[in-house]
Write a protein that binds this ligand. Structure first.
Ligand code: ATP
Ligand code: MG
Ligand code: FE
Length: 377
């Protein structure tokens, strides 16, 4: 079984051909990141136009490089939720045309489920595992019990870590720095942070008084925005010019984000242990050494490619006798491979494969999993 996956939910046009033996036969990706950096954020109509211009090229490239004819693929998997309506629409209508023309089943994909299951493309991992999804639009802690079975333990009550990093990066005008000109906000914060002092300023971790494992990033983010303004006044420079302490601010902000993620994840792990949600790993032939551990945590989503954040989460899992796995950076950010793989998983599980898909709709706002966050304490 081999699936063509198509992704257009946000600012990446991605396609890939993946089979059930975890082989990536072909892939292609066009990122709009640099174009949106120039306008200081994603303008949905611009993103739609770029998807429209690129999708045929991206899909054709992925299919041609796979050496597999569209006649021979088993199904087409496409992101239909959640995401920007104008963007989802491009991928879905393109896929519906292919489905009709080649008489293939369509597998509608939930973008965040795809982020969560990417790790199973890389390792023969059994369910259940705990996943932390940190991306441009989400912050989610979830127990993954099966291909279509997700327990939602906690999520951000306001903005995502990616959004917060992007806003602070924009406020520091990092995209105007030559080294950062083609980096996303999060990447430029990570880059600059290596030259700074993470102890430059200290901010109390958000939501410390709450026993659940939800997140909040807007307070942290505005604290740093105010700090930037204060420093600008102090140094007598204009908004948009580089602060002498920009690296220190990037470093301590990145540290605060990582620390908050770790604190809330720790709560989730304690809850899972208490409720027996994550039994010890039985077999892990593909991941030597993991079988001695209590359970497994996976980090994915664009912010999951941040090495500092990974290290902080690694320290946490070491302390709690757990193992941590992360996909490589290029599979943490959006791509077609994860959509194709989720299609393979669904095809093998016989879940949500549509023979007749002409009236399927996209859903810009979609819920994730079974929400048990109110039970978490
Ligand atoms: P979602 O998956 O929630 O729909 P999205 O698809 O836009 O949102 P991704 O492509 O998964 O998000 O991730 C993009 C986000 O990841 C951006 O906010 C970007 O700044 C952030 N990001 C990318 N690389 C890094 C990095 N090295 N460090 C921190 N953040 C990063
Ligand atoms: Mg993206
Ligand atoms: Fe994403």
């Amino acid at each position: 079984r081999v699936v063509l996956g198509i992704e257009t939910s946000c600012d990446e046009t991605g396609a890939a051909v993946v089979d059930e033996n975890r082989k990536i036969h072909g892939e292609a990706l066009f990122s709009q990141k640099e174009i949106h950096l120039r306008t200081g954020g994603i303008i949905p109509s611009v993103a739609r136009q770029l998807h429209k211009e690129k999708i045929d090229h991206v899909v054709t490239k992925a299919v041609l490089s796979s050496g597999i004819s569209l006649h021979d693929i088993s199904a087409i998997a496409t992101t239909v939720k959640p995401g920007l309506a104008l963007c989802l629409e491009v991928g879905l209508s393109y896929s519906l045309n292919l489905v009709k023309h080649f008489k293939k089943p369509l597998i509608p994909i939930h973008h965040m489920e795809a982020h969560a299951l990417t790790i199973r493309l890389l390792h023969q991992l059994e369910f259940p595992f705990l996943v932390l999804l940190i991306s441009g639009g989400h912050c989610i802690l979830s127990v993954v019990n099966g291909v279509t079975d997700f327990l939602l333990l906690g999520q951000s009550l306001d903005e995502s870590p990616g959004e917060a990093l992007d806003k602070v990066a924009r406020r520091l005008s990092l995209s105007k720095q030559a080294e950062c000109s083609s980096m996303s906000g999060g990447e430029s914060i990570e880059y600059l942070a290596q030259f700074g002092d993470k102890k430059f300023t200290k901010q109390n971790p958000p939501m410390a008084q709450y026993q659940d494992c939800n997140f909040s990033f807007s307070g942290l983010r505005s604290h740093y925005e105010r700090l930037i303004e204060m420093q600008e006044n102090k140094e007598g420079i204009q908004k948009g010019e580089m602060l002498s302490c920009a690296a220190d601010i990037a470093s301590s902000f990145q540290h605060s984000v990582a620390h908050h993620l770790a604190k809330r994840t720790q709560r989730a792990i304690l809850f899972c242990k208490k409720e027996g949600l994550l039994p010890p790993l039985k077999t892990s032939l593909a991941v030597p050494g993991l079988h001695t551990r209590y359970g497994l945590k996976v980090v994915s989503g664009g912010v999951g490619s941040n090495q500092y954040i990974r290290q902080v989460l690694q320290n946490l899992t070491d302390d709690m006798n757990m193992s941590l796995l992360c996909p490589p950076p290029q599979l943490c950010t959006d791509n077609g491979v994860m959509i194709a793989w989720n299609g393979v998983e669904r095809l093998c599980a016989g879940a949500g494969v549509l023979k007749n898909a002409h009236n399927i709709r996209y859903e810009p706002r979609a819920l994730f999993g079974t929400d048990i966050s109110e039970r978490v304490q």
